[in-house]
Design a protein around this ligand. Structure first.
Ligand code: GLP
Length: 259
C-alpha cells in the first residue's frame, strides 16, 4: 500500500488524474468509477485534460461501483445519472461502454450476478477509483460486510443515509437499500486508488490504512491487495501514525517507480 499525502484537494486531483491518464494512454482501459463528492475534482481534471490535452477515452470502458435500489435510472441522484453529469458526458467515452448495476431491476439477485459477469467479461477492472464513507465503507459495503462479498443488495446505515441526505430534498428521500459491488468484487480490480479528502475522513482513512483488518472497517480489506495507492490531503491524513514515514517514502521515491 502506498500512501501519498498532498497539501490540498487540487493536488490530490492532479495525482489521481495522472494515474488514470497513464492507464487510458496505454491502451483500452477498464476504469472503475466511484460517485460521491470525493472524486469530483479528479473528474474535472480528467475532463480538462480531454479538452485541452487530447486525452481520449474512446477505447475505455467504465464500471460503476454501486447504485441505489428503487431510484429510476433517470432520477438525478441515481449514480447512473450522477456519473454522466459529473464526468462521462464531458469526455468521449462511448455511452455503451458505461456500465452500472441496475438498482431498478425487477430481480436484484439476478442483476447482481449479471453485473459481476459483465465486469469479468470485460477482462476485469484495471484501476478502481474509491472514496470512503465516514464509517469506512467502500462502494456501499457497510461495516460487517463480508470481506469476500460479491455484488449484492445492502442496507445502508443511518449514518450513511444522513451523510448522503445533502444530495436529496430530505433524509426521507434517501433510499435504504443499494446494489453494490462486494468487497471481493472490488478487490478483483488490479489497482485500487483510494481518495480521502477532509478532516471528516481522517478516522476512516486511519482505520483503513493502519487499523486491524476487520469487517468493522470494510476499507481495511485494501490491506490484503497487492497494488493500492491511497491519495489523501493533509486533513484526511491527520490521524495517520506513520505519516512521516509516508512522506519520507514519497520524497525518496525513485524516478523509475510508477504509482
Ligand atoms: C457514497 C458512495 C461511495 C463514496 C462514499 C463517500 O455513499 N457509495 O462510493 O465513496 O459514500 O462519499 P463522499 O465522497 O461524498 O464523501
Amino acid at each position: 500500500m502506498e500512501i501519498v499525502i498532498r497539501e490540498d484537494s487540487d493536488h490530490v486531483a492532479r495525482t489521481v488524474a495522472d494515474i488514470i491518464e497513464g492507464y487510458v494512454r496505454r491502451g483500452p482501459a477498464v476504469l472503475g468509477l466511484a460517485t460521491g463528492s470525493t472524486p469530483l475534482a479528479s473528474y474535472k481534471e480528467l475532463i480538462r485534460r480531454h479538452r485541452e490535452e487530447g486525452l481520449s477515452y474512446s477505447e475505455a470502458q467504465a464500471f460503476l461501483l454501486d447504485e441505489y435500489v428503487g431510484l429510476p435510472v433517470e432520477h438525478p441522484e441515481s449514480y447512473h445519472s450522477v456519473i454522466r453529469r459529473e464526468f462521462t458526458d464531458h469526455v468521449d467515452l462511448d455511452p455503451s461502454s458505461i456500465h452500472s448495476p441496475g438498482g431498478a431491476a425487477p430481480d436484484l439477485a439476478a442483476e447482481a450476478i449479471r453485473y459481476d459477469r459483465s465486469i469479468a467479461s470485460a477482462g476485469g477492472v484495471d484501476v478502481q477509483i474509491l472514496g470512503i464513507g465516514t464509517d469506512g465503507h467502500v462502494g456501499f459495503n457497510e461495516p460487517m460486510s463480508s470481506l469476500s462479498s460479491r455484488t449484492r443488495v445492502k442496507t445502508l446505515t443511518e449514518q450513511t443515509r444522513q451523510d448522503n441526505a445533502r444530495f436529496f430534498d430530505s433524509l426521507d428521500d434517501v433510499p435504504h437499500h443499494v446494489l453494490t459491488q462486494g468487497l471481493g468484487t472490488i478487490t478483483d480490480a488490479r489497482h485500487l486508488l483510494l481518495i480521502g479528502l477532509g478532516e471528516a475522513k481522517a478516522d476512516a482513512i486511519a482505520a483503513a490504512v493502519e487499523g486491524p483488518l476487520a469487517a468493522a472497517c470494510p476499507a481495511s480489506v485494501l490491506q490484503l491487495h497487492p497494488h493500492v495507492t491511497v491519495v489523501v490531503d493533509e486533513a484526511a491524513a491527520s490521524r495517520l501514525k506513520f505519516a512521516d514515514y509516508y512522506r519520507h517514502t514519497l520524497d525518496n521515491k525513485p524516478a523509475w517507480q510508477a504509482f
